[in-house]
Ligand binder design. Structure first.
Ligand SMILES: Cc1cc2nc3c(=O)[nH]c(=O)nc-3n(C[C@H](O)[C@H](O)[C@H](O)COP(=O)(O)OP(=O)(O)OC[C@H]3O[C@@H](n4cnc5c(N)ncnc54)[C@H](O)[C@@H]3O)c2cc1C
Length: 419
């Protein structure tokens, strides 16, 4: 069966329902079915497969639905994207490209990148040729992002980067990064930062993979040793990196909270609408679906899921209408993280001993999924900014409460004491 191509259609004037109808027909003809089991995070073959899937979607004329038409996207509305995502649920999709590549980094680049940067990278990203990652967190801590200590020293038309980044998701398998570094040490911490586009695999960057408690080794730490980047790699302006980072973090909250118009297809990061049904399946497989405590755990998960879905809808609508500021994305991120925690706790309760041990190599053992999910249950309450930082944001930026007292806001960063 042949795929329709981007040049066959004029999607910019297409009504949402007609677009969705065309997408459904194209998916039925071109996309493989959704896999039974979510592929593991470190699976390199899966990543290659997802790049190819994204290329298929590009060739079909459905890539980058909300990205600017001038830079390879379709320039359509969030409603078009939502309809496409809805139609895509039964199919295999390049899930892992959503976060961080599409929803965070491409979204930021689309908004604040130069025309040359957007023309160079956005079409390549939408073709599945470039995976991106964030180089933000450092070994000294991630919550105090404005306190980054990686240095970028100007040398003619270039900058020379030295330092270390950590907790970068799948940097080893990615191509480009947005990297926050300090260009001015003589001003307060927020004012001396610059965001750079960095090619990941190049001399001077060493990538170490970090093994997690569940055996995965997707997280990386990078060591920069005199890495030269051209002045054209600066995103936004020199010393204006904090405003770029702020924009990026807004996209991160929206993407991780499940409210980004730049992601396409289901998100793997947080629980979905059928999660409680998965719990019921585990309960049935273990023969405990009549047990009162198990039934109440399923109900608890379902309630959390329903409240999260309602909250997401209301907050998104209020943000679109301007009733809530962009920082209100912190509600979505916080709700996604706390809902995920409830799901995982309920899942482990239902799985019982089967969530702790299962026969080696048995991918379908009841409880295995719940056991593995439990090992990752903290991830969403840290990645994209911790729950505490989301609560700070809601207090200060949405509710207008006084800012948290800090000792380092007005002093040159050079004079800030470091442990
Ligand atoms: C799944 C996942 C993916 C990630 N991917 C990336 C990535 O691709 N790139 C990247 O750069 N980073 C990534 N991170 C790192 C993430 O951004 C950091 O873990 C996060 O910002 C917290 O930083 P930290 O771990 O250094 O904890 P710290 O900042 O040291 O914080 C430790 C604890 O102290 C609390 N705390 C700190 N400051 C305050 C405060 N002012 N008020 C109240 N409580 C506070 C925090 O909430 C936290 O509980 C990822 C993390 C996870 C879990």
């Amino acid at each position: 069966m042949s795929a329709s191509t981007a040049s066959d259609v004029r999607p910019e004037s297409e009504p949402v329902e007609a677009f969705a109808e065309r997408a459904r027909a194209w998916m039925a003809a071109n996309l493989p079915p959704r896999p039974d089991r979510v592929p593991s995070r470190g699976d390199q073959a899966r990543r290659t497969h997802e790049r190819a899937l994204q290329r298929l979607i590009w060739d079909g004329g459905f890539a980058g639905i909300c990205f600017p038409a001038a830079f390879g996207g379709l320039g359509l509305s969030a409603a078009h994207q939502a309809a496409f995502t809805e139609a895509s649920l039964p199919y295999d999709m390049p899930y892992s490209l959503n976060v961080p590549t599409f929803g965070i980094l491409a979204a930021t680049l689309a908004e604040v990148g130069s025309d040359a940067q957007r023309a160079r990278h956005l079409p390549a990203i939408l073709r599945g040729e470039e995976l991106w990652v964030q180089f933000l967190s450092e070994p000294t801590g991630g919550s105090d992002l404005a306190g980054v200590r990686m240095r970028a020293d100007r040398d003619g038309d270039e900058f020379v980067l030295n330092g270390s980044k950590i907790w970068s998701s799948a940097a080893f398998a990615s191509d480009w990064a947005m990297c926050l570094a300090r260009t001015d040490w003589d001003v307060p911490k927020h004012r001396g930062l610059t965001m750079f586009i960095v090619k990941i695999h190049q001399p001077g960057i060493r990538i170490d993979r970090i093994r997690q408690v569940d055996g995965s080794d997707e997280f990386c730490q990078e060591f920069f040793d005199d890495v030269r980047v051209p002045g054209s790699a600066v995103v936004g302006g020199v010393d204006d990196g904090w405003s770029v980072a702020t924009q990026l973090l807004g996209h991160e909250r929206a993407a991780v909270g499940g409210a980004s118009k730049y992601t396409s297809g289901r998100l793997l990061l947080h629980a979905e609408g059928d999660f409680a049904a998965d719990l019921v399946a585990v309960a049935r497989a273990r023969g405990v679906d009549g047990t009162p405590s198990v039934r109440s755990a399923v109900a608890r998960a379902r309630i959390a899921e329903t409240v999260h879905a309602q909250l997401t809808g209301h907050v998104m609508a209020a943000m679109i209408d301007g009733e809530l500021p962009p920082s209100a994305g912190a509600y979505l991120k916080l709700s996604a993280a706390t809902t995920r925690m409830v799901h995982d706790e309920c899942g482990l309760q239902i799985a019982g001993v089967d969530g702790v041990a299962w026969p080696a190599g048995d991918g379908s053992a009841p409880g295995r999924g719940a056991g593995e999910a439990t090992l990752w249950r903290q991830a969403l309450s840290l990645g994209g900014g911790s729950n505490e930082m989301q609560r700070n944001l809601i207090a200060e930026r949405v509710l207008g409460m006084p800012r948290e007292a800090t000792a380092d806001h007005r002093v040159p960063y050079r004079d800030v004491p470091h442990a």
